[in-house]
Design a protein around this ligand. Structure first.
Ligand SMILES: N[C@@H](CCC(=O)N[C@@H](CS)C(=O)NCC(=O)O)C(=O)O
Length: 345
């Protein structure tokens, strides 16, 4: 028979052990920066291939807006924008890959929503691209408003916010539709191009990318109507505040650099600037980088090796790219947009 003392010890352990397990897991997961430094490479989850956002060329070299965000992290941490291993993830695999620790960060046209944080145990560090859901359809249909899409067959990728918003929008406007679900962006685009649906719906920036894949891109219109908010940005696991801060402040450093006129073409001159906010950004005043486990010149490395927010936007999705998506609400707040970064000080 168990003695009373043993029963008491058993009860105390039963209460304490789960907490010990939780504490150990949290401590173990709060090591992302150290893991990356020890490994010498950042492991970054990206999409299967969206022009302008993340795409590998025939030689396996990755480029794009989401790719450059991971290159900026590698520049800040390892002083080498090339030290990134990109893992291409389908829509269904993206969050499990992050939860299981297969990747350090997810930088993959993923929308920040409440349930993706609360249900999935993730945290979005920033909105790097404010998008919204749109519709693409054949120009020959002569439709100019989404409210005339009733009765359409709509191609949409499963497991996305796009699928949920589509249902909400048609429902709210009393319109019927038939969803034609696709397993990947490529499948959705091909199904639409082959005429298996009359409308393709997705985040508007992705529609611009999909249009370039069509056999006759000019035959298709993207309607001006935007039916949802899709704040796209990088996500990390919960439980590692240092890593969360690094990801968050990497984005803010790029936005602040643009606002201060510090870009890849001007970074060397900026190192000699006597403006206090430029001096703080490039690491000549204060030790902001060191406080997040990096070096003083962390932000200068990002700008020198990858660029500021505008450099990255224009090169990949803006006017210097095939997509030519205007900055729109992704303009800096000081230029009429909503892109705003808290100050480094
Ligand atoms: N932003 C939306 C949509 C993200 C998404 O996965 N979109 C699809 C449809 S365009 C995609 O990127 N697919 C990439 C692929 O399958 O290669 C979300 O987070 O749910």
């Amino acid at each position: 028979m168990r003695s009373r003392a043993n029963v008491m010890i058993g009860r105390v352990l039963a209460v304490l052990l789960p907490w010990a397990v939780v504490a150990t897991t949290a401590a173990a997961s709060a090591q992302t920066l150290k893991t990356i430094k020890d490994r010498g490479t950042l492991v970054c989850g990206v999409s299967d291939g969206i022009i302008g956002f993340s795409r590998a060329d025939a030689d396996g070299a990755w480029s794009g807006f989401d790719v450059d965000f991971c290159r900026a992290l590698a520049a800040a941490i390892l002083d080498d924008a090339g030290k990134v291993k990109f893992i291409s993830l389908s829509t269904g695999d993206r969050f499990p890959a992050l939860q299981s620790g297969q990747i350090d960060v997810l930088s993959r046209n993923s929308s920040w929503t409440m349930s993706r944080e609360t249900d999935l145990g993730l945290m979005f560090a920033a909105a790097t691209f404010y998008d919204g859901q749109g519709f693409m359809l054949r120009r020959s249909r002569n439709i100019t408003t989404a409210l005339d899409l009733g009765g359409s067959k709509v191609c949409v990728q499963s497991g996305t916010t796009s699928e949920l918003n589509l249902a909400d929008y048609f429902d709210a406007n009393g319109m019927t539709y038939q969803a034609v679900p696709a397993a990947s962006a490529d499948d959705a685009a091909k199904a639409y191009d082959a005429g298996r649906c009359d409308v393709l719906t997705s985040d508007a920036a992705q529609l611009h990318a999909e249009r370039l894949k069509m056999s006759r891109p000019n035959d298709h219109d993207i309607l001006a109507d935007i039916i949802s908010k899709e704040p796209l940005g990088p996500a990390v696991r919960q439980g590692d505040p240092q890593w969360f801060n690094i990801v968050k402040w990497t984005h803010f450093a790029m936005v602040n650099a643009e606002e201060l006129g510090v870009g890849s073409a001007t970074i060397e001159g900026a190192l000699a600037s006597n403006k206090p906010d430029v001096r703080r950004l490039v690491g000549n005043e204060g030790n902001y980088g060191e406080q997040i486990g990096l070096t003083r010149d962390w932000a200068a490395r990002i700008v020198r090796l990858v660029g500021n927010y505008s450099d990255v936007y224009e090169r990949n999705v803006g006017t210097k790219s095939r997509l030519a998506i205007p900055r729109g609400i992704n303009q800096l707040w000081s230029n009429g947009g909503i892109m705003y970064a808290p100050p480094i000080r």
